[in-house]
Write a protein that binds this ligand. Structure first.
Ligand code: CP3
Length: 346
């Protein structure tokens, strides 16, 4: 019996995350499930994004699509960072080609008071889908995820995507009391949302602070880090915790102290430099530039080999892109990258 059960905790991904690397880096891609796949576009026709996220059968199928097609070493739960906000009653929708749009942006204390805690029963469809996926995936780990308090706050305060996050930064500095109240509420929601996924069987979690790179280190440490830590620290020892943002080269060491077992790195910093900044024993994830996925294969192959070599200087390395798969990506290129990583070293 024992040892015959498929066990994601012995997977390449979970071992690399714990600083126990195997003979090659495990690989998955942020946004591997989604519009780059024709089979995804076919399934999504006629269903709004958040409605799709609330349909366990659809979520299960969409999450499995890239695992079947590419042979990646992990699945990422198909959902969105704003789903738990919608589940506690925030008026938010995902507009195709735009992103999350918030009906009534947060500006006052009363808006924050309405952000009630998330309970497991608010997202029964998440528990159901994670449990179904864990059964289907066997030894392949499922990565659960949530949005970090800052990135969620940026959507709530701006009302939608923003280039400069000016309203968010203004609120942070002008009304620190409101800011910390807001991020405290969001941290509680994200922590509970990750806990639901872990209890249902997710083998790892990723906390996306996609837009934290817009901040100075000083602002990050004062206004954001304590709240990201409130998400990640209570989950210590349960499953590996990956923490990622774009343009966070100056924030990496601070992000690690939030309670990250693995720090995601975008394409701007080579992984050896990222590992140096993170310090001894650090595990990195990344960091192929998604803008190069359309380049000649010779170019891509050289980039993949460079990244694998640079990743060897860390205590562990999970291969990924520096950000998500662009919708116009030829999915065969992703499969070819997985095949290259799985082939014996040349
Ligand atoms: O495969 C995976 O990575 C899992 C799926 C996933 C989605 N959103 C599905 C999605 C994940 C991990 C997310 C997280 C997410 N959502 C983040 C953090 C990751 C990152 O990219 O930095 C952020 C910032 C969001 C907010 C969001 N939701 C954006 C910016 C968009 C894109 C808008 C667009 O249309 O270009 C969304 C919508 C979204 N989330 C889509 C998908 C597949 C596209 C909607 C569709 O297919 O109709």
């Amino acid at each position: 019996m024992g040892g015959m059960e498929p066990d994601p905790t012995e997977s390449l991904l979970v071992r690399a995350a714990g600083g126990r690397p195997g003979t090659r880096p495990p690989v998955w891609f942020m946004r591997q499930a989604g519009r780059s796949l024709p089979e995804y576009r076919a399934l999504r026709t006629g269903t709004a994004m958040l409605d799709a996220c609330r349909d366990p059968e659809l979520v299960t199928e969409i999450t499995l699509q890239p695992v079947r097609r590419h042979g990646v070493d992990a699945a990422i739960f198909f959902s969105d960072i704003v789903l738990p906000l919608a589940a506690v009653g925030v008026g938010v929708d995902i507009v195709a080609g735009v992103g999350p749009v918030v009906e009534k942006p947060v500006a006052e204390a009363a808006d924050i008071d309405r952000l009630r805690p998330l309970e497991r029963d608010d997202v029964p469809y998440v528990t159901e889908a994670v449990q179904a996926l864990v059964r289907e995936l066997g030894a392949t780990p499922l990565i659960g995820f949530a949005g970090a308090p800052f990135t969620l706050a940026s959507y709530l305060v701006e009302g939608g995507p923003s280039r400069d996050h000016a309203k968010t930064k203004t609120l942070m500095h002008d009304r620190p009391d409101l800011w910390h109240a807001l991020l405290g509420r969001l941290a509680a929601i994200s922590r509970e949302y990750l806990r639901v996924q872990i209890e249902a069987g997710a083998a790892a979690v990723q906390l996306f602070d996609s837009w934290a790179g817009t901040l100075s280190l000083a602002d990050y440490e004062e206004f954001v880090l304590p709240h990201s830590r409130a998400v990640l620290e209570p989950l210590a020892g349960l499953v590996p915790r990956i923490h990622f943002g774009v343009g966070t080269g100056e924030l990496l060491a601070a992000m690690r102290t939030a309670g990250a077992d693995v720090v995601g790195v975008d394409w701007r910093l080579p992984l050896n430099e990222a590992a140096r900044r993170l310090g001894p024993g650090s595990v990195v994830q990344g960091n192929l530039d998604p803008a190069l996925l359309g380049a000649d294969w010779q170019v891509l192959e050289a980039q993949v080999r460079r990244i694998v070599a640079e990743g060897r200087t860390a205590a562990g390395h999970i291969f990924n892109l520096g950000h998500g798969v662009p919708p116009d990506t030829d999915p065969d290129v992703l499969t070819r990258i997985v095949d290259l990583l799985k082939s014996p070293p040349a």
